[in-house]
Design a protein around this ligand. Sequence first.
Ligand SMILES: [Zn+2]
Length: 188
Amino acid sequence: MALSPDFKLWCELQACIYRKALAKEPFEALCAFDLAKYLRIQVMPPGFVPKLRWNDRQVLQIDDPEGWSAVTVIGGDVPVIINNTRHQYPRQQADVMHELAHIIRGHRPMTLERFPGNGMFIRQFNRQDEAEAAYLGGCLQVPEVGLKQQFEKGVQDVQRIAAYFNASKKMAQYRINVTGVRKRYEMK
Ligand SMILES: [Zn+2]
């Protein structure tokens, strides 16, 4: 799914704007849970969501505890992000950022709908929206300006960069690749 250079620039700008709102430097790490709080979006594990139907709760917690990422549901008037607390912390950060990206971007929040017969859920965003949320979520977690600052400081180890941003190694590597940061510093 092609994303325009303008869109990518806009994403980096959002990462910067929200850091400023939360009194952080543009290159610093930003906690997804802090950003959710700032946006007045509640994040909770499945057991705490009162509006979730009992059957859904059972599926999320018992039947398939690992097999889902965060999802956004509408509980009353405000969106609520249901976070899978069984995942590793960096994955939770990425998943919550991804859901926040959908909300920031103004995508229609998904409803939690049971796929007939197999207990799976249908995510209701289209492919373009998913591609946008994936990109924006990554930017919010690991902004280009933050990567540059790490490389500037001489930190080029993916594991260390990942740890700095509360990100998975995979996410850090992905962001290094799509921003082309390493290449730019190797050429210097
Ligand atoms: Zn999504």
